[in-house]
Design a protein around this ligand. Sequence first.
Ligand code: 4AD
Length: 583
Amino acid sequence: MADADSPPVSIYIDEDVGSDANSATGTESAPYKTLLHALLQHPPTTPTIQYLTRKSETGPVAEGEDPSVRLEWKPATKSAMKKATKLYEGRQRKAANEKDLAIRAKEEAEKRRLVLEQAKTVVIKEDLSLPKPVRIRLDETDPEKVKLRSMEEGAEPGTRVRVLGRVHRLRSQKGLIFVTLTDGHGYMSCLLSGDLVKTYDAITLTQETSMAIHGEMRAVPPQHQAPLDRELHADFFQIIGRAAGDKEAITTRVAANADPQTLYDNRHLVLRGHTASSVMKVRAAVLRAFRSTFEENRMLEVTPPAMVQTQVEGGSTLFEFDYYGEKAYLTQSSQLYLETCLPSLGDVFCICPSFRAEKSLTRRHLSEYTHIEAELDFITFTDMLDHIEAIMCRVIDLVLAEPTTAKAVRELNPSFTPPSRPFRRMKYADAIDWLVEHNIPNEEGETHKFGDDIAEAAERKMTDIINAPIFLTHFPREIKAFYMKRDPEDTRVTESVDVLMPGVGEIVGGSMRMDDWDELMAAYEHEGMDPKPYYWYTDQRKYGSSPHGGYGLGLERFLAWMCGRYTVRECSLYPRFTNRCTP
Ligand code: 4AD
């Protein structure tokens, strides 16, 4: 070992050609590249070590000096030594900390192993002398089925229940485990204590594990918060299906701050969350409400085909496929089929998927969406507008009349209030004037003029400023579908309507239909459409035609508005949009 009297040991550093890789040894023939590396390899433990440096290729050369002076080794300067020593000491401290941490982690792991070993020896058995548990759902509140033990001393025992569900939330505290169980119907706070928490199953419990819990129902102390102000005091539990933990834990796979693509890839797990499942529950309630409102209006539900050979809303958004060697499409709208039902079924509706090969990745476009469509016979345009308004308001009333759905809507969209009636009605031409007055340009950045399609951005701005539902009517025929009836008072425009809602924009599109044979034939020609595949549609004008009209409402857009969601994608179970057809 070197001491103060030993001859100095030299360590060589060449900042230009040296190397900090394993092949370098710090000798003159294999110098290091950095002083820090030299210190790490040969710590400055004795004053006899000297660090000699040079820059053999780029070192300074005074005027007139021979460049070979660069090859001379010189002791590292004081300032370079100071800087490198500081870095070196930092590294030393970090290494010591890491070592400490590794030791502690190993100790912890060992401790946990012993705890788990010990836990495996704790076996719980159901106490068969207790009353037989009553199986209930987590939202069961019938006082005949579930009695709570009150907080009072000597109170009557609560019902002993058996509940099944999955761990939604989990917390250990002072020898107790608090589990919030969910079964898709409700949530229940459950308290595990005593031997139950010492078991292997309790110690390794993870979120989403499915389990059965038996125990007594009790009221919670007034200052505590629990779903339905009650708590299950467990006396027994069984694990039914474990959920992955650690790196595979659901909270890791779908972390709240995960990027949208990860969340869409893991939509099956996202749906387990409170927000996503609440939207799906509101969705079901809205569907129920539409069906019952249509029923109240004596409208019959039909289910037209999804595979078709005609277009309704223009060729650019058709999904085409091969149908036994023939060209076919996924339906854009069931409207044409609904029209054929009127003579024998009366007013009809359908709730079916519609498909649009939308190239745009906007927050309100899906490739497959749930289309609520209705068709009404022997009506005027005003009748139809009144009907749409009445249906929408009735649906909202019915949805909010269900306490659990109303609660979900309040949680999702605290500022939601049912729109006041009557809805504002505004002609397209007046909307163009409004956009001009408010300096809202068209898609080309120019001032809006009659005939322009009102693009999504402008439409949204107008709806948000007006901040109330708008019936936008009488669109020019050039920007609307071939089947729309012209306004007899101004044939430049059609008897058409878009219903616009703040935050989302258009959620309903509807119109009166051309009911005259010749007019419809002229419309096919005007659009360059071959009338042949539409013979069954055109025939309606041949066998007892009638003034009729209808509309389509995008369920996901309606929900985005009602539930205050940023995008329609959150309102679909498994959304389909550009480049996503999975999971
Ligand atoms: O305005 P649209 O294209 O009208 C029709 O399809 C008519 N044939 C309906 C009818 O009269 N029976 O579509 C109607 C509604 C829109 O207002 C919108 O809410 C929704 O369908 N919609 C979409 N929703 C999500 N993604 C898309 N790509 C949508 N395209 C239309």
